[in-house]
Design a protein. Structure first.
Length: 56
């Protein structure tokens, strides 16, 4: 009986640990994506204030 309880607790601990690792990797991936998006936005020049149609 005690072995079954210890086995269940061990399984719950392993499950919680793997879930925490998955959440951590998702957080890391999210922060990398946000920094990439911010770098892409900052590399694009601002649009001109006035736009003239030179062909008209």
């Amino acid at each position: 009986m005690v072995d079954a309880i210890m086995g269940m607790q061990n399984f719950e601990l392993q499950s919680a640990y793997s879930t925490a690792l998955m959440k951590r990797s998702m957080t890391d991936a999210e922060s990398q994506a946000i920094s990439l998006i911010n770098e892409m936005i900052s590399s694009v020049p601002a649009p001109a204030q006035y736009s003239f149609d030179v062909y008209a």
